[in-house]
Design a binder for this molecule. Structure first.
Ligand code: NAP
Length: 501
């Protein structure tokens, strides 16, 4: 069950937002901290009160209510009297809790009382002790919300929730912060009574808060159960990645009981030891593409040559690592032209440059590498048996296919171009230009090359090609390229909307 949480600043806004919240969530939490003209009777008349949680949070518990304690508790007593579904009171306000419990008895109210604990600094080690101290106060549901300092904190919440819900005791628990995001997605499957989510575009969303629209439509959070397979991305940072959208949409499209999560990892050793039993497969991004190697039981030949892993699958032999970036690059270029026997100039010798160079060699292309730092170009060319040209000579090279595997031209430096103006005075018909950058979709290099007659391929095709290979490796299903394209474009649109907010 998902609760849509709102914090209106007036009665009028409350009625507007409650309508949306109850449409998207099974429950709605109304934070009344800021409402000066609150009218709970009107809310009762307009909405299903049983589906509403009333909360009036004080400042030291992360709220905005500014009056006295009796003023704070008064509307909660009204909510009890009217019979709203739930009220929420902090465990630190023990006298108020006892007052509310006696009022509930007095009014013979059926309202559920949630007793809540918040920790904005950390996920304390003594969670079970905190839970025990909150027990037996006469309330109905315990709520524990803490801050995730490390991704492994989520597993302690999982233990807490699973052990309490297995005793048929109601608990709500999840973590704040970007590293706690997975607990908001999975807490229902662990046994939490509900998770909480804001409405998209209403108020500022804090890091780790996932809009209810995404919990429902991207993660299918309400239907995840403990038999779902877990996949995800490990890296730091992870929030710009579009994989969470694309892979979850694919799992949903193919009706698979699987979910894809972003794991923001600081300590790779700790993550691999604590989460090893939890996932079926992973994508790997910076800074772990090379550091992950010692944790794997087997690596395929291409990944060994490239020296970097971007995909892991768990199988009977343990963890298998591979690299699908080269597959993605080859997929993009081969949509336009064959690579066999073609001269390919690759700009860049970083992670993408290496993967693409080995991909081109795998397809019998003739590789020429140019990199700003010449040492890296020489090292890569030695491993490949390829040619190099100095960075300043790149514009004079003759080639059939040009690949940009540098960061030049990437947002926010969209006006930059890895080739000089002189290159764009030539007739480029007969040449294919591929840019690994996918933000923006059409870089300056691609626009100018297209204007001179070149065929062009963008980095989104590379993303699609490598993600298709990942999905097939994990599930055995070769995903539809039309669906991949649709989901990837939607993901990019969504990301740019998020970045604007
Ligand atoms: N489409 C996809 O699926 C996909 C997948 C992976 C990567 N990519 C894209 O590929 C690009 C490279 O990523 P990466 O993972 O290879 O990064 P990386 O390992 O950090 O390598 C960065 C590369 O860019 C070069 N570079 C950066 N700034 C430069 C400048 N001002 N002038 C000249 N060269 C410059 C670096 O040259 P030095 O060695 O001289 O520093 C290096 O070759 C990024 O735009 C990334 O988004 C796309």
């Amino acid at each position: 069950m998902i609760t849509a949480s709102i914090m209106p600043s007036s009665q009028k806004e409350a009625t507007t937002l409650l309508e949306k919240a109850l449409e998207k969530g099974e429950l709605a939490e109304i934070r009344i901290d800021l409402i000066k003209d609150l009218d709970l009777s009107e809310i009762n008349n307009k909405f299903d009160k049983k589906r509403i949680i009333v909360t009036n949070r004080k400042k030291d518990e992360g709220g905005l209510f500014e009056g006295s304690e009796s003023e704070r508790i008064s509307p909660l007593i009204d909510a009890l009297k009217i019979g709203f579904g739930f009220i929420d009171i902090e465990s630190s306000s023990i006298d108020s809790l006892h007052n509310l419990i006696s009022k509930r008895r007095e009014y013979n109210s059926k309202t559920n009382i949630i007793i809540s604990y918040h920790n904005f600094e950390e996920t304390p080690q003594n969670l079970k002790e905190i839970l025990l101290q909150m027990e037996n106060q006469g309330h109905d549901i315990v709520k524990i919300v803490a801050y995730a300092k490390d991704i492994s904190d989520n597993l302690r919440i999982k233990d807490l929730v699973s052990s309490r819900s297995s005793q048929n005791k109601k608990i709500i628990s999840f973590l704040m912060g970007e590293k706690g995001e997975i607990s908001r997605i999975l807490c229902n499957s662990w046994g939490s009574y509900t998770s909480y989510a804001p409405l998209r575009g209403v108020g500022k969303t804090a890091l780790g808060q996932i809009p209810i629209e995404d919990l429902n439509d991207v993660y299918r959070s309400g239907s995840i159960n403990n038999t779902f397979d877990i996949y995800g991305l490990i890296g730091n940072p992870v929030k710009e990645s579009i994989g969470y959208y694309v892979h979850n949409k694919l799992f949903s499209y193919y009706n698979m009981d699987a979910v894809y999560l972003n794991f923001l990892v600081d300590d790779l050793d700790r993550f691999m030891s604590s989460f090893k039993g939890q996932f079926k497969g992973l994508c790997v991004t910076m800074p772990f593409k090379e550091r992950i190697v010692p944790f794997l039981n087997k690596i395929d030949t291409m990944a060994q040559k490239i020296g970097a892993i971007n995909t892991i699958k768990k199988n009977n032999e343990g963890l298998f690592g591979t690299n699908t970036d080269w597959i993605g690059a080859v997929y993009s270029i081969e949509k336009l032209t064959s690579i066999n026997n073609k001269k390919v100039l690759i700009l860049g010798a970083g992670g993408a440059g290496k993967a693409i160079a080995f991909g081109i060699a795998n397809r019998q292309g003739e590789v020429i590498i140019s990199n700003r730092d010449e040492k890296k170009a020489l090292e890569l060319s030695k491993n490949l048996g390829a040619e190099t040209v100095l960075w300043e000579d790149r514009n004079d090279v003759e080639f059939d296919i040009l690949v940009n595997a540098t960061k030049i031209g990437m947002t926010p430096e969209e006006n930059n171009c890895p080739m000089e103006d002189s290159f764009f005075t030539k007739d480029l018909s007969g040449i294919t230009v591929f840019d690994a950058v996918y933000s923006p979709l059409e870089t300056r290099l691609l626009t100018r090359s297209r204007e001179q007659g070149a065929k062009i391929a963008n980095g989104l095709d590379m993303y699609i090609g490598q993600a298709m290979a990942q999905f097939e490796l994990w599930t055995g299903i070769k995903p539809s390229s039309e669906k991949m394209e649709k989901f990837s474009k939607e993901a990019l649109e969504m990301r740019s909307r998020h970045n604007e907010n």
